[in-house]
Design a protein around this ligand. Sequence first.
Ligand code: NAD
Length: 289
Amino acid sequence: MQILDGKLVAQAVKNDLKIKVDALKEKGKKTPHLAAVLVGNNGASETYVASKVKTCVEIGYQSTLIRFDADVEEHVLLQKIQELNADDNIDGILVQLPLPKQVAEEKVITTIAAEKDVDGFHPANIGKMIQGQPAYIPATPYGILLLLEHYKIETKGKHAVVIGRSNIVGRPISILLSQNTPTGNCTVTLCHSHTRNLEAICLQADIIVAALGKPEFLTADMVKEGAIVIDVGITRVEDKTKKKGYAIKGDVHFETVAPKCSYITPVPGGVGAMTIAALMQNTYLAATQ
Ligand code: NAD
């Protein structure tokens, strides 16, 4: 069993980007600039945005954090996005999800200019991705592909089972794994909350991507020997023994599943770390193309 070390691979991606940014600086060119919009004070969202901003600093990007109170009116947020769209100094825009109920996520996503949509959620980018055209690929699926690529994992002809069909993880990774690319060519089964006989389907999988948000859901009896398991889940579970009062759990029961796997991602230190690296990669693209 080999651990797919997201921290290590993310660091390699970031180092590579830093070299490119240093080269831009030397030539007197503008460095990539990411604008992050955070609404409210959800603990997990605060943590994600803080680590995105910190990574920008590490690489040498410019970053701007724009905060709104949880009760912000939708039109105020949309107006801000339009301003960011029109600002030539901003290359990439991300709005941290989830958003409060009074704000329609689809409206926010479609208001971000497709060429600045470094999260890859805009329908124009999703459409291009489905057709295999150059596009911003959503950061978490893109991070998974970078991980597979780094460890030279052969995906061709394998049966990949994706659990979860969200627009940001499950559905895009199911499409990407099925495409005719070096990290694709899988036969993909996309499972969700209405899937029957999930255990039996998982037992047929060469690759399992668990992205359902249920801590330790995937257990050893659902995984065949030698499978590759990618754990996307991040859930805060109360744990009084921890300083913060919670532990981060993935969707995979790591202790029992790992011994059966050929490769597995840990949580933390797996897909989460890669997501930020992929976002940085998209931001570099946005600034330079
Ligand atoms: P979501 O809630 O939008 O979607 C969950 C999906 O899982 C749904 O499609 C649902 O049909 C499916 N599902 C739920 N229960 C199921 C069951 N019992 N059997 C089969 N399918 C079931 O979630 P999301 O936004 O895709 O996130 C999933 C998890 O990934 C969460 O823990 C989230 O925090 C995490 N996440 C991690 C990263 C990262 O960077 N690592 C990024 C995004 C999301």
